[in-house]
Write a protein that binds this ligand. Structure first.
Ligand code: ADP
Ligand code: FRU
Length: 304
């Protein structure tokens, strides 16, 4: 971290926490069949929580802003938060809600992950809660998962309004979910760095990562925005504000074991490297290395 960033503090992540019930199966089942799960793990999930689990392996001054549910599973969530070293001082704890649950199938065959996400009655954080709890100037980077759309847009506006003339904290947003246009794209102009998923890119008619960063920049971004897109085994690329496109290849492990949260790992590692002052190309190379390590193993621990 540069001295300037040090003075401003660390990274804040705003996003979802859920529980992932990860079922390891030999191969993805056919519909209406009955097959065995040979191993099951209950882990912390949600893009925000996954970003934090990875960021905390690089450094310890990161904070998380999310909704936690004071339900029967909360003691387990607390244990999992501890394991990921996630500080929840800023989180909102709600009664009368249940933690969202994902049922995930990870296939030994291909390492693919298939997610069935049940969000239940979670009431996500509001702009009022954000502005009450978050001292914007305390951070040098604030990352938003692109969800909870109306409130997230207001939170991003709030950060832009309250940040310093040095444009710190930097604002990043992940545009991953496939939603009917125009929703998530409206978050793009408010960010300094935009992370696109290949699923979002395809849903908007871009079928490779370079077309995606150029196309999304042209359609939605502000002139000073960096647009990043990861594309599984093809690696990732970034379009810089001057129009240069830089590309990094994937680091393929000898066997792809588990791709669950590969994208979240990539985003967290990119934020870590860029926050530390790396140029976009170096950051892409580092993030593809960490994400490649992730897909070669189960879970998100031991990546750094
Ligand atoms: P998501 O989880 O959002 O679908 P991606 O599949 O685009 O994310 O992957 C994010 C990053 O993870 C890629 O840029 C790449 O570095 C790494 N990655 C994902 N799948 C593979 C793979 N099969 N082999 C090597 N690296 C991979
Ligand atoms: C992975 C993930 C999982 C979670 C799902 C929520 O990117 O965050 O941990 O179950 O996506 O959409």
């Amino acid at each position: 971290m540069s001295a300037e960033q040090e003075a401003h503090g660390g990274i804040l992540c705003v996003g979802l926490l859920c529980i992932d019930i990860v079922n390891f199966v030999e191969r993805f089942p056919a519909e209406d069949t009955d097959s065995r799960v040979h191993e099951q793990q209950w882990t912390l999930g949600g893009n925000g929580a996954n970003n934090m689990t990875v960021l905390n392996q690089f450094s310890s001054h990161n904070h998380f802003f999310t909704t936690l549910c004071n339900d029967a599973l909360y003691p387990m969530v607390q244990q999992l938060l501890l394991k990921s070293k996630i500080n929840t001082d800023l989180c909102i704890l709600r009664d009368d809600c249940a933690v969202p649950l994902s049922t995930v199938l990870v296939s030994d065959d291909t390492g693919s992950r298939t997610i069935l996400h049940y969000r239940g009655n979670l009431f996500e954080p509001t702009i009022d809660e954000f502005s009450r709890k978050i001292d914007v100037q305390r951070y040098s980077w604030i990352h938003f998962e692109g969800r909870n759309f109306d409130e997230t847009r207001k939170m991003m506006e709030h950060v832009r309004k309250h940040r310093g003339s040095d444009r710190l904290p930097r604002i990043s947003v992940e545009i991953e979910k496939v939603r009917p246009a125009p929703t998530l794209e409206q978050l793009i102009p408010g960010a300094d760095v935009v992370f696109l998923s290949k699923d979002f890119a395809r849903s908007r008619g871009f079928f490779d990562m370079e077309s995606a960063v150029n196309g999304v920049f042209g359609l939605f971004a502000s002139p000073e925005t960096t647009v990043v897109c990861a594309w599984a085994e093809l690696g990732a690329c970034a379009r810089l504000p001057d129009g240069t496109v830089v590309i990094a290849p994937a680091h393929s492990p000898s066997k792809v074991v588990d791709t669950l949260a590969a994208g979240d790992t990539f985003v967290a590692a990119m934020i870590h490297y860029m926050h530390g002052g790396a140029d976009a190309h170096t950051a892409l190379q580092g993030a593809c290395r960490i994400a490649g390590k992730k897909v070669g193993q189960r879970g998100l621990f031991g990546l750094v």
